[in-house]
Design a protein around this ligand. Structure first.
Ligand code: ADP
Ligand code: ZN
Length: 760
């Protein structure tokens, strides 16, 4: 007898109960941090595998919960183990690969696995697959009792075929009791519909496939060709994991490299995902891209949940080769993703703003690593994290597209110093050179884009005479003025000072003023100076819905307005051939936002504007108006010197132990009671510091501090920032804090944001 058999015999108890049984690890779709183990009853065994949606009993026998099976295994018999209650769906979009990815997201971003799974497969957050009703034409059953008119109307509604139960109850106002009568009389049958998953739903196709797009006849430039070759060769090496950074100025032809790289993946019988920033979906860029592929699906935000569900089913079935979408597309259930492209990888819309607070670029890289795939990140101004990785990480490759394609030329860029004088506040908004450029452009009948780079909340202390700003003596970030207690705070290093009264320049010494200007002011000013000009305002106050944005851009493109003015939104949609002048007002404004990425954001914004403005041959101008014309970020931006800027800024970040040299986590506590969030934040800060000391001397925990936006609705907000070494320090700290029960502060709202992009 073989060893294994003997063991088994020995294990079988005298009663004949089997020695082992199949158990399932189930992640409940709630906020529980741990998965639970359930026995799989024999009849369910063939159907329950990882990805199955289940209903399971809880301790309280009257209650049950829905969860996803993340793993099954053979385990020693344990009769105390509760058994799975019901199989809700044997197959969901959750493949083993996506489950693994979701569990990584849960671990890395420190959120419950059920929350991560629901984000990966949004369809799951619906409790169960939709219930359908069907009319069973059994006329003899009716004879027992005549139908009431209400019952008759239900049957009439089902005469042409099954319908969703929820639709029916809504349309006819049917009560569950009435349905029950019909179900019991066996006139109706209820069933759940496994979603049909073969044809690609109309709603998600990107438009008609164009078999001979003019772009297909482009001869790739040598740099484009080299980039494509690098990606293709990575794709040819069976299941090799590599990340490519395609670093190219705007207009250097990155998009064409994307298209051909996707084709290279398809030739190798693998699929591709293209992730674009949120705003791009509203423009024609995506439609133009989608036309170049035959079996493509655009996951856009206007899809209804049902249509999205059908699209995901089609993607999972293998009916789709290419998925284009915003950050959630990184979870598209394609069976074999060979290539994931992230366009504008530095864009902040790639970060999810609710739990799990994942960054789609980083999830894309993880997904490719799990599967053995290639990632292509594209940008003219890569995030410094990415740039640093491209130079130091062994799985990164840097590909350059140094030149613009064709005869497009960069605009003439002029950096103009603006100061506001107490006599004329308007001067700070519209410097004489910018004002005369606007006048000339309007006279020539050409269009203008004005970008006011300002978010309304934080007030800064500025000298009205020389324009200098009160800065933190410790780290030079702009100080934020808190009027209530007359204190100036540095939100980068948390220093708090009595608000300085006079200009920091001793030779000037003018009394400082707290300022905030806004887009409405600019609008009024323009209307007053240029009464004939047709103005179009584009900002989050005027653009309430996504369609508003697309409509405004379209109107401007159709030349229904002369001047488009707006916030950063304008820079992203900027691709108008009729524009001869771009003005950036307060180019340094984002530097005043207390955020260690402020210089990086400013650089990105200004280069984006310059790059976009020069899209058409001929002459165009860009005027960058600023109070600090000598800022390195602006000096480098003017000549599109990304590398010079990056070198400077990285040295600075390294000194201060900021990303990419450290990882950050931000813990936000909010509560309506005045002292509660503050006190709990202080306790949390002390607790985390204690944990950190025992783990790693490099971990730094800030004091509790009021958030820049100290109130959100009726909640008062405080936060604690942690910087930790990159090798998992953040996760280790959070785990040990959880073990110490520190992560349940007594506040109404508690948020853990790993790798935060936002410090407001
Ligand atoms: P990027 O994405 O880098 O900003 P695009 O891919 O949009 O640049 O390219 C800029 C313009 O150049 C587009 O109009 C594109 O169609 C065109 N283009 C790209 N590659 C080539 C090429 N090899 N030959 C001719 N035109 C090209
Ligand atoms: Zn500081």
């Amino acid at each position: 007898m073989k060893q294994a058999d003997r063991q088994q015999l020995w294990l079988i108890p005298a009663t004949g109960t089997p020695a082992t049984h199949v158990v399932a690890e189930v992640a409940l779709l709630n906020r529980e941090r741990r998965t639970r183990t359930y026995a799989v009853p024999d009849p369910l065994r063939p159907m329950v595998a990882s990805g199955a949606l289940l209903r399971v009993p809880l301790k309280d026998p009257r209650r049950s919960a829905v969860g996803v099976c993340v793993q099954t295994s053979e385990a020693p018999w344990d009769q105390t183990l509760p058994a799975i209650g019901e199989l809700l769906a044997a197959r969901t979009p959750l493949t083993p690969e996506l489950i693994q990815l979701a569990l990584w997201v849960a671990e890395y971003y420190f959120c419950p696995p059920g929350v991560a799974l629901a984000a990966v497969a949004p369809i799951l957050s619906r409790d169960a697959p939709p219930r359908m009703l069907r009319y069973l034409r059994k006329t003899d059953a009716v004879a027992a009792r005549p139908l009431t008119p209400a019952q008759q109307s239900i049957l009439d509604a089902l005469r042409d075929g099954p319908r969703l139960r929820s639709d029916l109850t809504r349309d006819l106002g049917v009560t569950p009791a009435r349905l029950r009568t019909l179900l019991r009389a066996a006139l109706l049958e209820e069933f759940t519909q496994p979603e049909p998953a073969t044809a690609l739903p109309e709603a998600c196709t990107g438009g008609a496939f164009d078999p001979d797009a003019p772009e297909d006849r482009f001869e790739l430039s040598p740099a484009q060709r080299a980039a494509l070759d690098a990606v293709s060769s990575a794709l040819s090496q069976e299941h090799t994991f590599l990340v490519h950074l395609l670093f190219g100025v705007p207009g250097s032809g990155k998009t064409e490299v994307y298209v051909r790289a996707i084709r290279a993946a398809l030739e190798r019988r693998r699929q591709a995902i293209l992730i674009v920033p949120e705003i791009a979906l509203a423009t024609q860029i995506v439609a133009r891209l989608a036309r170049r592929f035959q079996r493509v699906c655009v996951l856009h935000s206007r899809l209804t949940p049902a249509a999205r569900g059908r699209a995901l089913a089609a993607i999972a079935s293998g009916a789709v080769d290419v998925v284009i979408g915003t950050r959630t597309a990184v979870f598209a259930p394609l069976p074999d993703v060979g290539l994931i492209i992230v366009d504008e990888e530095q864009d902040h819309s790639l970060k999810n703003l609710a739990a799990p607070r994942y960054h789609a670029r980083d999830v894309a890289i993880k997904r490719a690593q799990l599967r053995g795939g290639t990632v292509l990140l594209g940008s003219a101004t890569p995030a410094l994290e990415t740039w640093h990785n491209a130079h130091t990480a062994s799985h990164f490759r840097l590909l350059r597209l140094p030149d613009r394609v064709g005869d497009a030329r960069l605009p003439d860029v002029q950096i103009v110093a603006a100061a506001d004088s107490p006599a004329d506040g308007a001067q700070g908004m519209l410097s004489p050179p910018l004002e005369s450029a606007i006048r000339e452009t309007l006279q020539a009948g050409e269009q203008i884009v004005l970008l006011l780079n300002r978010r309304g909340f934080a007030a800064q202390l500025r000298c009205p005479a020389c324009g200098l700003l009160a800065r933190c003596p410790r780290c030079t970030a702009a100080l934020v003025y808190h009027r209530a207690d007359h204190v100036a705070r540095c939100h980068a290093c948390h220093l708090a000072l009595p608000a300085p009264a006079n200009c920091p320049d001793a030779t000037c010494g003018t009394k400082l003023v707290a300022t905030r200007l806004a887009i409405q002011y600019l609008h009024d000013l323009l209307a007053q100076r240029f009464p004939q000009a047709r103005l179009l305002r584009l900002d989050s106050d005027t653009m309430r819905r996504r369609d508003d944005y697309a409509r405004a851009l379209h109107a401007f493109e159709q030349r229904q307005a002369d001047v488009l003015l707006g916030t950063q939104m304008v820079a992203k949609g900027l691709d108008f051939p009729g524009v001869a002048l771009v003005g950036v007002i307060e180019a340094d404004a984002s530097l005043w936002i207390p955020d260690f990425r402020a210089a990086e954001r400013t650089f990105q914004l200004v280069t984006q504007v310059i790059g976009r403005a020069g899209r058409r041959p001929g002459t165009s101008r860009a005027i960058i108006q600023t109070r600090s014309p000598n800022l390195p970020a602006l000096r480098c931006a003017r000549t599109l010197d990304y590398e010079g800027f990056a070198a400077d800024e990285l040295a600075h970040r390294e000194r201060l132990f900021y990303p990419p040299f450290a990882r950050l986590v931000r813990l936000i506590l909010a509560d309506p009671r005045p002292a509660q969030a503050r006190d709990e934040a202080r306790r949390l800060s002390r607790g985390l510091r204690r944990c950190g000391e025992t783990l790693d001397a490099r971990i730094r925990v800030s004091d509790a501090a009021r958030c820049v936006a100290p109130r959100l609705r009726d909640l008062l907000r405080y936060h604690v920032l942690v910087a930790a070494p990159r090798d998992g320090g953040v996760q280790r700290l959070l785990l040990s804090a959880a073990a110490e029960k520190l992560l349940h502060p007594r506040v109404q709202r508690f948020v853990i944001d790993v790798d935060p992009l936002d410090f407001l």
